[in-house]
Design a protein around this ligand. Structure first.
Ligand SMILES: Nc1ncnc2c1ncn2[C@@H]1O[C@H](COP(=O)(O)OP(=O)(O)O)[C@@H](O)[C@H]1O
Ligand SMILES: [Mg+2]
Length: 329
């Protein structure tokens, strides 16, 4: 693992808050979260559906739906560029060039009417001044890199002619085309069957090692976290509730929500959406004041009306939790 300081990591996020307009009121859907990802490192972001994982990713990418969703505070630095202070042309230039993103369902992000080879090469023409011919040649190499069989013949094929697993590889090739330093993968294997999932994850790990990528991997699968991540960050209701090195997290899960997620692990083998405890993540307009997990927490008490700070676990400065009941004396 790199020892590069957090401030100069390829991806560094400080105090990010992203808010959503509902009616005439702004609600914080991601609340004051901070993290960084170093070269070759994988940070896994986990939590049930609706916890703010995708909004975190889209905030970093500068791809929030305009008008109703916005970054209201914090700083996002990608490869030395402050994305929060940057104008849209600068952000646009960063996307696909310095930072790439892979979405859960590639059919929604690949253009159905353009050939695969053109789509993979497009970023190179846009960001790197490649000619059409150079872009096509590099697209073939990229498809080979992600192990699409018979890459040369498939440059002219369309997305619907590829299987789900092959489309996901095309998305990875597309995200990697310009040699980004940061890759964000939002549930990249959820739509795939288990064997193909394993292949895609192994491929990503291999490419990450070769290219020195910093990877932010969003997943609801703790088995995936255990096998590929270096560090983990658990989100609940827009808050980070626990973060730490993977070995420390699995050895000593400390937030009641993390404990519940891990206790539910055998039941989620089939890659069903996480639902570790009865009930649901409250909607944004119904979040309790203070700790947002209190409505489902087995150990809540009166202190939970105030949001607890992040505190260290077992004297490990890298392992931190946000729970009054877990504050060490
Ligand atoms: N475009 C949007 N408009 C309104 N609410 C949204 C929008 N996107 C996300 N949300 C809300 O923000 C919260 C976090 O969503 P999201 O980041 O998609 O969660 P996750 O990826 O963890 O499942 C949820 O309450 C969700 O309903
Ligand atoms: Mg999501």
């Amino acid at each position: 693992m790199s020892t590069e300081p957090a401030a100069t990591a390829p991806l560094s996020v400080e105090g990010l808050t992203t808010s959503i307009l509902v009616g005439t009121t702004w609600y914080d859907a991601v609340r004051d979260i901070s993290f960084h990802v170093r070269p070759k490192e994988t940070l896994a972001l986990v939590g049930e559906s609706g916890c703010g994982k995708s909004l975190t990713a889209l905030s970093v990418m500068g791809l929030l739906p305009p008008a109703a969703v916005r970054v209201t505070s914090g700083r996002i630095v990608v490869d030395g560029v402050d994305m929060t202070a940057a104008d849209e042309p600068t952000r646009e230039a960063m996307r696909g060039d310095r930072i790439g993103m892979i979405f859960q369902e590639p059919m929604t992000s690949l253009n159905p009417v353009l050939p695969i080879g053109f789509q993979v090469g497009e970023a190179l023409m846009r960001h790197r001044g490649f000619t059409r011919r150079q872009a096509r040649e590099r697209a073939r190499e990229l498809l080979e890199l992600v192990r699409v069989p018979a890459a040369a013949e498939r440059l002219d094929a369309y997305p619907h002619q590829f299987s789900g697993g092959m489309r996901q590889r095309v998305m990875i090739a597309l995200a990697l085309a310009c040699g980004p330093r940061v890759l964000i993968a939002d549930e990249p294997t959820t739509a795939l069957d288990v064997t193909i999932q394993a292949q895609v994850l192994a491929l990503m790990a291999d490419l990450q090692e070769k290219e020195g990528l910093a990877l932010l991997l969003i997943t609801h699968n703790l088995g995936v976290v255990a096998s590929v991540a270096d560090r983990v960050m658990v989100m609940y209701g827009g808050d980070v509730v626990e973060s730490g090195p993977v070995h420390a997290f699995f050895a000593r899960p400390t937030h009641p929500y993390s404990e519940a997620l891990l206790a539910a692990m055998p039941r989620i083998e089939g890659d069903l959406p996480l639902q570790p405890i009865p009930g649901q993540v409250p909607s944004l307009t119904e979040m309790p004041v203070g700790c947002r997990f209190q409505t489902r927490c087995p150990i809540r008490d009166e202190r939970c009306a105030v949001l607890p700070p992040m505190t260290t676990v077992a004297g490990d400065p890298d392992h931190r939790v946000r729970c009054w009941a877990r504050v060490e004396a």
